[in-house]
Every structure is written in structure tokens, then in C-alpha cells.
Write a protein that binds this ligand. Structure first.
Ligand code: ATP
Ligand code: MG
Length: 412
């Protein structure tokens, strides 16, 4: 089917006043950014809705891109007809016959926004509906619960017809709600947490802790690939690679074997908070899910979370693993996440990590390390390496570059 237009609806309709205006302006900007490679595309704004004129660009390709944009509630492929009744009827029939799965029932809803049109909406419902029925014998009318609702919108500049409504990602346009740091391991959960944070309008920068040479280069490559995948939704994403070997080795010698994971998580959060401060981020996002492992019991979360004073956001906290996996598959991170490379936390894992760590014991052990702990944390922050990922791969700094860069490869 050659659709000429796509009707786009924005999400979060409950927004009011100034927030609404901000939402719509940012949304329109994100829409144009996401579709900038489709050069022929043009836009028409109409009361909080946007029509995309395809002008020959592929509907399927544009539609795939639209589903990645946060803040978008839904969209519909649209056929455009002239004001001629014959043309409207033809297009209505074409649309209904292209519906999959094949509907058993339908209804027509005509909206006559252009009041000078000779037939009123009731008449038009019949004129269009009868034509569809005559040419599709299996189809019946059901005005209450139709399989398909065929909408016909009569405007001065033409008639717009659509029948399907494809859900968008929902949420807020990226960046509308500020910035957060995502603790990104190579596992299944944290990329999903990152996607959810972005869907809520948070710009993210990712932080990964590696224990090279105990963890392999492939383990880091895996996280780089995950960040690149997330960049399909976020445009450009910074990835901070933090050397964690020294801290981890030190903690393994603490004499509190069952608390190693607790110490590690606390140190990670302290580093993440410092990096957040440097980047102007106001929260830290993790992939924790209640009860999943020892470090994610409520008691562990309590002892670990107390380390920092900025908000710690755990989007998956109440979700079941199967639901998380479904999201991972949908957003395209699952395949990478299940590759079998070790994470730094799987090294030195005690046989029985504490599920109920004692805050006082943890704090006094850390106090005993005194300045050494502070120094090691500062060192890890200072030796952090930052790279920038785009959907196409790593962005290379001018000083690292060999040949002339392509236009899209520039630092922002
Ligand atoms: P994931 O699938 O995200 O790895 P998980 O169920 O394996 O989660 P843990 O390994 O205990 O759980 O990690 C809990 C959270 O801590 C992760 O979701 C992530 O946010 C953070 N985290 C763990 N390891 C690292 C790491 N090496 N670098 C950055 N963040 C990490
Ligand atoms: Mg993990």
C-alpha cells in the first residue's frame, strides 16, 4: 500500500499548560531529528497532531524509526483522497482490504471538520460504509465493538482516511526530564533499565566498571555494543569505563568475605555519584530487581543505597525476570546480553554473599580503610576513560582521527 501520510499522536496527554507546550516543542524537534535521513519528508502541524508527508519515502522504514521515539503515543498510516465521493470510497475500500488480520466487523466514523462539504457526517458514514460492504461480502458492521474503525477526516485541503493505530514507545521526549547516570553491566537487566529511564525523558550517560585484566576485553566490547544499541533510542550516549581492579582486589582482602559484594556496590555508587556531579546528572539508574540475587534483597538495597545522597532509580525493582527479558528482546539488547563474558562482580564472588548485611559492620570496615578507600575511589574516577557511542558506532575524537571525518562524525 502506498501511504502518502502518517498521522502522529503525542503521548502524556495529561500534561498541562507550560509543560504541554514544552513537551510538544521538544517532541517535534525529536521527530525531525529521528527522521532527518529521510530527506523528502515534510511536516504539517495541526492542533497537537503532526502529519508526516512521505513524498515517496518508504512507509515501513519511517514507521520503524517512529517506534523508537520516546513521547510518541501512536501513529496511523493515512491515505489521502480528494473531495470527490468516488475517490473517498475507493480509498476507504483499499484501506479496509489491506487490513491484517482480515477483520470480520467494522464501522465508519466520519468527521466533517470542513463544514462546507455537501454531505454531513451521518450521510457520509452510510455512503462510505455501503460501498465497503458491497465490495467485501464477508464484512459486517458493528458499531459497538468493531474489529476495525475506519476514520474519515474531511478537511478543507483534502480527505484523510486511516484505520490502524500503531502504538509508539510512549513516555516523554528524551532529555525533557533531565539527565541520569546508568550503571551498565553486561547483563540483561541494566540495558532495559536504561531504556526505561530514557523513555521517561531522561538523557543518560552509561558507567561500566571493569576489572581488566581479570575481565576480558570482550566483556568491555559487549558493554560497548549494548551502549551502541541504546544509542538507537538516545542518539549519542557517553560511556564511562571505570577501572575497578584495584578496589576489587583490596575488598577481596578485607577479611569479610560475605560482604565483598556489598563493599563493591557501595564503592561503585560512590564513583557513579562523583561522575554524575561532573556531568550534571541528578540521579543514578541501576537494573536492580527486588529479590533477584543477594545484593538485591531489601536489606542489601538499604545498606547499599545509603552510600549516596542523589536519588537512586531502580526502574525494574518490581518486575519479574520474564517481563524484563521480554523488554530486552523488544529493544534489541537480549542477544548481546546473553553472550557469556564475565562481569567484574562475578569475580571474587563469595560462596555465600550476605543477604542481610549489617550496616554498622559495613560502615566500620570501610572506616578502618580510612583515606585509602577515598584515595582509591578518586583514582578510579580520575582514570576513567570516556567514549561516545552513536547508532553507527564509536565517535572518534579529532586528535585520534586519521582521514577526513564524515560530517556526522563530529564531536558535539
Ligand atoms: P544485570 O543484568 O544488569 O547485570 P543482574 O541481575 O545481573 O543485573 P547484578 O549483577 O547484581 O544484577 O547487578 C545489579 C545492578 O548493578 C546492575 O543492573 C547494574 O545496574 C549494576 N552493575 C553491576 N555490575 C556492574 C558493572 N560491572 N558496571 C556497572 N554497573 C554494574
Ligand atoms: Mg549482572
Amino acid at each position: 500500500m502506498d501511504y502518502e501520510l502518517i498521522l502522529v499522536r503525542y503521548g502524556e496527554l495529561t500534561l498541562k499548560g507550560r509543560n504541554r507546550k514544552k513537551f510538544e516543542d521538544l517532541m517535534f524537534l525529536k521527530l525531525k531529528q529521528a527522521l532527518r535521513t529521510f530527506e523528502a519528508v515534510q511536516y504539517e502541524k495541526n492542533f497537537g497532531r503532526v502529519y508526516i508527508q512521505l513524498n515517496g519515502e518508504s512507509y515501513d522504514e519511517v514507521a520503524a524509526k517512529l517506534q523508537e521515539i520516546f513521547g510518541l503515543h501512536s501513529f496511523s498510516p493515512v491515505l489521502r483522497a480528494s473531495h470527490e465521493l468516488e475517490d473517498i470510497r475507493d480509498k476507504a475500500l483499499q484501506l479496509m482490504q489491506s487490513e491484517r488480520p482480515v477483520p470480520k466487523t467494522f464501522k465508519v466514523t466520519v468527521k466533517r471538520a470542513w463544514k462546507e462539504y455537501p454531505h454531513d457526517s451521518q450521510e457520509m458514514n452510510h455512503l462510505v460504509g455501503a460501498h465497503v460492504l458491497r465490495n467485501t461480502p464477508e464484512l459486517k458492521v458493528d458499531v459497538r465493538h468493531p474489529d476495525v474503525e475506519l476514520k474519515v477526516d474531511i478537511q478543507p485541503q483534502g480527505v484523510f482516511l486511516y484505520s490502524s493505530m500503531i502504538p509508539g514507545a510512549g513516555g516523554f521526549p528524551l532529555g525533557m526530564n533531565g539527565k541520569a547516570m546508568l550503571m551498565l553491566s553486561g547483563g540483561i537487566d541494566s540495558p532495559v533499565a536504561g531504556w526505561m529511564a530514557m523513555r521517561k525523558g531522561l538523557e543518560i550517560e552509561a558507567i561500566h566498571f571493569h576489572s581488566y585484566p581479570f575481565t576480558s576485553e570482550q566483556a568491555t566490547e559487549k558493554v560497548i555494543t549494548l551502549t551502541q544499541r541504546l544509542a538507537h533510542y538516545g542518539g549519542k550516549i557517553k560511556l564511562h569505563l571505570v577501572p575497578f581492579t584495584d578496589l576489587q582486589t583490596r575488598m577481596a582482602q578485607s577479611g569479610h568475605e560475605h560482604l565483598i559484594i556489598t563493599f563493591m556496590r557501595r564503592a561503585m555508587l560512590r564513583i557513579a555519584e562523583k561522575l554524575a556531579e561532573r556531568s550534571g546528572a541528578l540521579a543514578i539508574v541501576t537494573g536492580d530487581s527486588l529479590g533477584q540475587v543477594a545484593s538485591q534483597t531489601l536489606s542489601s538495597m538499604n545498606v547499599i543505597g545509603r552510600t549516596i545522597s542523589i536519588p537512586l532509580l531502580r526502574p525494574l525493582v518490581m518486575m519479574d525476570k520474564l517481563d524484563i527479558i521480554r523488554y530486552a528482546e523488544k529493544i534489541g539488547t537480549y542477544e548481546t546480553s546473553i553472550l557469556p563474558f564475565e562481569d567484574c562482580c562475578t569475580l571474587f564472588v563469595p560462596k555465600s554473599p550476605a543477604t542481610n548485611p549489617n550496616l554498622r559492620v559495613v560502615e566500620s570496615a570501610e572506616a578502618a580503610w580510612g583515606d585509602e578507600l577515598k584515595r582509591m575511589i578518586d583514582e578510579a574516577v580520575n582514570n576513567t576513560e570516556t567514549i561516545v557511542m552513536t547508532p553507527a558506532g564509536r565517535l572518534v575524537r579529532k586528535s585520534e582521527r586519521q582521514p577526513e571525518p564524515a560530517a556526522e562524525d563530529r564531536w558535539f
